[in-house]
Design a protein around this ligand. Sequence first.
Ligand code: FE2
Length: 241
Amino acid sequence: MIIRQLFDSGSSTYTYLLGCEATRQAIVVDPVLEMIERDLAELISLNLRLTCTVETHVHADHVTAAWQLRERTGCRVAYPAMEQVACADLQLAVDQPLMAGSVLLLPLPTPGHTAGHHCYLLEHPVPMVFTGDTLLIDGCGRTDLDGGDAETLFRSVHDRLFALPEETLVYPGHDYNQRRVSTIAQERARNQRLKDGVSADQFVQIMAGLDLPPPAKMATAVPANRGCGRCPRSAAARADA
Ligand SMILES: [Fe+2]
């Protein structure tokens, strides 16, 4: 299997490129609109054909490249069905894995950051999970935006993610300190918000006390992402600002 972790410094977003060595089919997780040329060049250099993009959730901090990648490569666009994005070609749910050759992504519903957020589990050969904004390295996504709920995120992390084998590699949707990968064991031991011993009530209090400003691009990113990343050029320009 071919795996690349790609970083957008503008939004501190990780995009993941997953390719099958036998069929040369590839999936891209959480592509960023401004990084589309990088992603297309990476696919060409690896001799991979993009068959699908997949989102962990409807992002508020950047616009997905899904629509543009579909226009330029003919790939399909997948979203979690729970996010209710009608323009998606594939509506993912827990019993509907996403495949590209030998790449098999298992959707894990993990609401809390948004109402329909999903993580994706890849069981090859060491299990790895792409956690979007549900679980970051020593952190988690905010829970105060539309559809967010702190207690729900706590339950998603503890019931879904911390139930995975402790050696499972955790690949987050963002990092702001140049960290790339963690493990379930490390997050259970070190995550200041969510580690073992922190109660749901304590977590809710921590999240209520963050008092974060709204994401700079939220007004353009959320409607664009509800349209699979399709946005007028003027909106894309505003998202760049
Ligand atoms: Fe997010």
